[in-house]
Design a protein around this ligand. Sequence first.
Ligand code: FE
Ligand code: FE
Ligand code: ZN
Length: 273
Amino acid sequence: MNIGAHLSVAKGFTAMGETALSIGANTFQFFSRNPRGAKSAAIEEKDVDGLIKIMNKNNFAPILAHASYTVNVCSDKKHIRDFAKMIFKEDLEKLEKLPCKLYVFHPGNHMGQGEKIGINYIINALNDVLKPEHSIMFLLETMAGKGTEIGKTFEELKTIIEGVKLKEKVGVCLDTCHVYSAGYDIVNNLDKVLDEFNNIIGLNKLKAIHLNDSLTEFASHKDRHACIGKGNIGLEAIKKIVTHPKLKELPFFLETPADLKGYAEEIKLLTGL
Ligand code: FE
Ligand code: FE
Ligand code: ZN
């Protein structure tokens, strides 16, 4: 099983590799920059080499960079959209220097402009930022649909991907808490949800899973992560997800409200299923 957790980037890249190993993981997710949007630290070559060695020696699955939550590429304000595009470009440059080819971002909040306008902004931003020479794939995260969030339906994500010229550089990261909160019943009808995903987007576009339980009930359109087995999704359903033939080769990333010890326990629980 390819499993990791969201780790702090504070001590550098080698340290994240070591931390991943210490909790029984073979991958990890990290913020491409400080989540509060502060300037990202310069990358040290030695630090990156240390991570590459750890990844090669321990057969790591792909690692995943997460864009800052503060970026909103479909805002109703031009300076916020421009800022988001600038962050995307900076993050791309940075990721090209790392052993990381996957970059997940929240499609954004349309702020009352409506889905159609919001989706067009996202498409325009991706067409502006993505270049044929880049090796990074942008992953749209499935969202719970709180407020004016875009990405709450597979149809919205499909419309975004269809509008992008370099489609091969766009994929999807499915967040189990978010899709459940958005109204996709992965507890009682996992196969039906996966069929729907396949028919609308194509399972070949699914590159990563955020593995979280949900504090809130089905179709609540809220975004409250719970620890594995401690929420409304529950351990039985999570077991079916991580062992599903169509999903089990993917990298799974915990974003549960746990500390490192908690992550280690969750990983032990999951790899034992
Ligand atoms: Fe996310
Ligand atoms: Fe997530
Ligand atoms: Zn969430």
